[in-house]
Design a protein around this ligand. Sequence first.
Ligand SMILES: Cc1cc2nc3c(=O)[nH]c(=O)nc-3n(C[C@H](O)[C@H](O)[C@H](O)COP(=O)(O)O)c2cc1C
Length: 183
Amino acid sequence: MKVLGISGSMRKDGNTAQIVRYILAKVQTAGIETEFVSLADREIKPCTGCEKCKETKWCVIEGDDWSAVAEKMLEAEVVVLGSPTYYYDINGQMKNLIDRTYSFYHDRKLAGRNAVAVTVCADRGCERSLETIEGFLNTHQFSYLGHVCGKAYLPGEIMTDARAVRKSDEAARKIINLLQPHD
Ligand SMILES: Cc1cc2nc3c(=O)[nH]c(=O)nc-3n(C[C@H](O)[C@H](O)[C@H](O)COP(=O)(O)O)c2cc1C
């Protein structure tokens, strides 16, 4: 698949999910294949720091959904990575997903892919969430297409944040230009 959108929120249809899906919907109008993954209904265990992945080059933890999501990331040309802000940073589920991609760092499996970072907070802290996601993207040598920092509290409020919607339109346009440069 070309463009993979991931929402780390445990609210299946929360603000992060809605704004990530909004970007994917825009991209789809250009005939580009997209897929949306919510981590809300997935079990993603935390990294144990065992360092075995230095040899196996894949996370050795079994019995959860990490590998299925990680495989989708490897298949994607563009990843739209979204997280709600919990205590001025990304939420635990998204952090678990990211931490276990350490197993891909040893041979730079994710390098060369493109990414858009999406964070949502009610009031303050989404900039730091963004820094965390950017740290992940830089470490793995993604090309960075841009970010959306949205303000919203209750599920659905994000779509009334005009700036976030505008930034999402921009992000979608960049993805389309990247994947269909002649259109
Ligand atoms: C445990 C928890 C911690 C939160 N911490 C912050 C915070 O530090 N700053 C903030 O502005 N909003 C905070 N919020 C509010 C959420 O970021 C906000 O409701 C956001 O829209 C949730 O996105 P979602 O609907 O995608 O889950 C917190 C919410 C929860 C449940």
